[in-house]
Write a protein that binds this ligand. Structure first.
Ligand SMILES: [Fe+2]
Length: 176
């Protein structure tokens, strides 16, 4: 296996690569690095999907949605950075190459032939809900493993993604 591929496999398996004085138990580090890498991969994919929507959205709500999507991907970029840096803090390797992300993402490919504003809102809503769910599942997994700090980071991020999901879904709920 080429060197890059083995680092990617290690990251996916949550194996720490570097010794650190950080006293989080080894098993907790392994669980957290695996959860964080999966959430990092999904978050970067969601960032890219949101940029796709920002660039290509059309229709009467263009201005509002174009700006809203920019606000969201800016938040996701900061969130991805925090997830990646927690991986490295625990002695792991944060993997963010395009190739690894394409292989690892759990999101459906974002359509490249979508223009309608509400169409983008719906397509993004499904993906924001999926990422919020995965982050929330990670809270329990990392807390149970003994890493309350990573659980706290995932709590913060799931709450932020929930809020963006609310803002998306508010466009769709007027007639409910
Ligand atoms: Fe822009």
């Amino acid at each position: 296996m080429p060197k890059g591929a083995s680092a990617t496999a290690d990251a996916a398996a949550g194996r720490p690569h570097h010794r650190t004085l950080n006293d989080t138990p080894d098993n907790a580090k392994k669980v957290s690095i695996g959860v964080l890498q999966a959430c990092l991969t999904d978050t970067v994919d969601l960032y890219n999907a949101t940029r796709q929507a920002h660039w290509n959205v059309k229709g009467p709500h263009f201005g509002h949605l174009h700006e809203l999507f920019e606000k969201f991907y800016t938040q996701l970029a900061a969130g991805a950075d925090d997830l990646a840096e927690r991986i490295v803090t625990l002695g792991g390797t944060a993997v963010g190459t395009t190739q690894a992300l394409a292989q690892g993402t759990r999101l459906e490919p974002y359509p490249t032939d979508l223009y309608d504003g509400l169409g983008h809102v719906k397509a993004l809503s499904q993906r924001y809900a999926q990422v919020a769910k995965a982050l929330r599942e990670g809270i329990g997994q990392t807390d149970e493993a003994g890493d309350a700090d990573t659980a706290d980071l995932l709590t913060e991020q799931s709450r932020a993604v929930d809020k963006m999901l609310w803002m998306l879904e508010a466009h769709l709920q007027a007639r409910d």
